[in-house]
Write a new protein. Structure first.
Length: 457
């Protein structure tokens, strides 16, 4: 089937999309001044604001949110009486981790094997480029048929809640009939997918102390309580023998009844080493979309290089707990804290500090906007039917928007399919997915306007 004029326009915009994504990726916009200068995030925010202004957005503003970061807002007026669609992305990124493990520099967009590599290429700077490309294409084909609001968050990866708090204080700002969250992804490349559920999360820092100071392991080891050993026992208590997360009070065996994730495909996507078993029980979909999952994100203790023969007086870890829809994040945090405190051996002193938190989310996939998105994705993906999946990640803002605007339909799409390796080294985006999803979003906005009776073309 020959490409439609709109599809041809989207294809013609891909060179510009790559250039702009390279500019965005170059900003080291990790929203943690302890790791990268705040100026990197500020420069990225200014770039986003400039891009919106150049596309005719009015009321473009850098919003100073309560967590000390900036979100970028803009409004693009559509035809009289048209519905309003809010498009979301975030410009902040995860830290690059071990930069020496990147095949190409993390903040330099690099093309390799048909993909574009760089931190944030998929999560979620590419999501912003997707929105811009869709709007630009529509302008060449009768104009954008809806009112468009864009909000680009500056601290999504830190889970510090700045934009959620700002939205709650200014509820009129982001009101919309439909909200498109461009921060999830297809189940795999070429399979159009909307996300129905997001796991929530809580992140805590656990400190274990046993001694007033380190001791010589030859002189005191064997009787002196080792804080690092105590921490290891505490962390080990969070999993059963098969790796199932076992936080006292959390349901460990819920089931997922939607799209399934074959184990062989998951092993390949996750790059599990030969001979190493997957953790947990039930289907892979059960484990990553319907059940709680604990991860030890980091441990502060002496590194191997330079370690001395000492019994450790203190040690700490950063622990993340992902929780499925139906579980309250506040309650889960309380249960995790109680579990960590109870698990401490030898009377070791345990201190648990809340670092971040976000509620799980479930959307209504039977809403009219989903019907429009299904049609749009079918056309953009050459007849492939839209699938519905869960996602193990968290987007805390979704619950805030759902509470503030209960009448709004919320759709979750994006570029973070498994090959993208978001949050890991060598993150990348598929340019084919960027092109198809930009087209799908443009087609969706056209169909949504017609459904609302306000289309102009």
């Amino acid at each position: 089937m020959p490409e439609s004029p709109l599809a041809q326009t989207v294809a013609s915009l891909q060179s510009r999309a790559r250039t702009e994504l390279a500019e965005l990726v170059a900003f080291k916009s990790v929203a943690d001044p302890a790791q990268f200068p705040r100026s990197e995030c500020e420069a990225a925010a200014e770039w986003v604001a400039g891009a919106l202004r150049s596309e005719g957005f009015t009321d473009v503003a850098l919003l100073d949110t309560p967590d000390g970061t900036q979100s970028v807002y803009g409004f693009l007026p559509g035809p009289a009486g048209a519905p309003t669609v809010l498009l979301y992305a975030h410009y902040d990124v995860q830290p690059p981790l071990d930069e020496s493990a990147w095949i190409s520099p993390p903040f330099e967009l690099t093309e390799r094997d048909g993909r574009w590599y760089g931190r944030g290429a998929a999560d979620c700077k590419g999501g912003l480029i997707m929105h811009l490309t869709a709007l630009r294409a529509l302008k060449e084909h009768g104009g954008v048929p809806v009112n468009v609001k864009v909000i680009v968050e500056g601290s999504e990866e830190q889970s510090t809640g700045g934009l959620e708090q700002y939205a709650e204080a200014h509820p009129e700002l982001l009101t919309a009939d439909t909200i498109v969250i461009g921060d999830t992804g297809n189940f795999r490349v070429g399979l159009p997918t909307v996300t129905a559920t997001l796991r929530g999360m809580t992140v805590v820092r656990v400190q274990v102390d046993t001694l007033e100071g380190n001791l010589h392991s030859g002189q005191f080891g064997g009787a002196a309580p080792d804080a690092l050993a105590a921490l290891i026992r505490v962390l080990d208590s969070l999993r059963a023998e098969d790796g199932t997360t076992t936080v006292d009070g959390l349901e460990p065996d819920a089931c997922w009844d939607g799209l399934q994730y074959p184990e062989e495909e998951f092993r390949k996507d996750a790059k599990v080493l030969d001979g190493v078993a997957l953790t947990g029980s039930g289907t892979v979909a059960d484990r990553i979309w319907a059940r709680p999952a604990v991860t030890v994100l980091g441990i502060d203790c002496p590194p191997v290089v330079g370690a001395t023969p000492s019994v450790q007086a203190g040690a700490r870890a950063l622990v993340s707990l992902r929780i499925p829809p139906g579980t309250d994040a506040v309650k889960a945090s309380e249960l995790l804290t109680a579990h960590l405190e109870k698990a401490a051996p030898w009377g070791a002193r345990v201190t648990v500090e809340q670092i971040g938190q976000g509620q799980p989310f479930r959307t209504d996939t039977g809403s009219p906007a989903y019907a429009s998105m299904a049609e749009a994705m079918r056309e953009a993906y050459d007849g492939a039917e839209m699938q519905t999946s869960g996602m193990g990640g968290s987007i805390p803002l979704c619950n805030t928007l759902a509470a503030l605007y209960p009448q709004a339909e919320i759709l979750l799409i994006g570029l973070s399919e498994p090959e993208a390796q978001i949050h890991a080294v060598n993150e990348s985006v598929s340019p084919q997915e960027l092109e198809r999803l930009s087209l799908a979003e443009a087609l969706f906005l056209q169909r949504y306007a017609r459904q609302s009776g306000t289309a102009t073309g």
